[in-house]
Design a protein around this ligand. Structure first.
Ligand code: HEM
Ligand code: HEM
Length: 157
């Protein structure tokens, strides 16, 4: 679960740095789609790991009700966006291309989306919301480590 967590961070950072219209810059587009796709695969693995193992996860000390509420809300949002952002990216791709070749392989795109809808903006907004939330989540981890001085960050390393 820890490996999935940190590899996801690398994949999300790569997808964010290489984001842009993959039709305009195919090389960056290839990296964007591969890293974004990796985020989705890791999300599926994370869900399986969560369902099988969550009873064994170490429990953190809850400081107060507000902290518990924030923790649960951010966790649910992070899980949701780990799925929604790559899926919206795939739908965005389908809306701007009637065919797409990735590493010489034809990617299946939903042809009925092409032309009628433009979904790039929705994906862009969701991607930015996701990365902002990750920033907040990282600040919370650093807050625990340096201010509260507990084991939350150490427990992930
Ligand atoms: C965590 C994963 C991802 C993140 C954080 C992310 C983020 C972004 C962002 C911020 C943009 C807007 C860039 C800009 O125009 O300034 C973008 C564009 C785009 N992304 Fe992603 N993306 C992810 C995964 C994916 C995946 C899996 C696909 C396709 C399978 C994809 C396809 C696209 C496409 C087609 C565009 C261009 C939209 C357009 O300009 O019309 N993305 N992405
Ligand atoms: C793409 C980036 C990231 C995503 C999507 C993400 C997502 C998550 C999720 C969903 C959890 C809850 C795990 C679970 O119980 O199922 C978690 C836990 C955690 N994350 Fe992240 N994270 C990211 C980056 C970071 C960064 C940059 C840091 C530190 C600077 C960090 C520190 C932590 C810590 C300390 C925990 C453990 C919290 C606890 O023990 O309850 N994460 N992360």
């Amino acid at each position: 679960m820890m490996a999935i967590h940190w590899i996801t961070l690398i994949a999300v950072a790569t997808a964010y740095i290489t984001s842009g219209n993959p039709l305009k810059d195919p090389q960056l587009g290839t990296i964007h789609l591969l890293s974004g796709g990796t985020v989705f695969v890791l999300f599926c693995l994370r869900c399986i790991a969560f369902l099988l193992l969550h009873k064994d996860f170490p429990k953190n000390e809850i400081i107060n009700k507000l902290q518990n509420f924030l923790f649960k809300t951010v966790k649910v949002l992070l899980y949701a966006l780990l799925m929604i952002v790559p899926v919206s990216g795939y739908l965005a791709l389908s809306s701007i291309a009637d065919s797409y070749s990735l590493l010489g392989q034809n990617v299946y795109v939903i042809e009925s989306l092409y032309g009628d809808f433009y979904l790039g903006d929705i994906h862009q907004v969701l991607g930015n919301v996701f990365v902002s939330l990750v920033g907040l989540h990282a600040c919370a981890a650093l807050f625990h480590h340096f201010i509260v001085k507990d084991n939350v960050l150490k427990s992930m390393i």
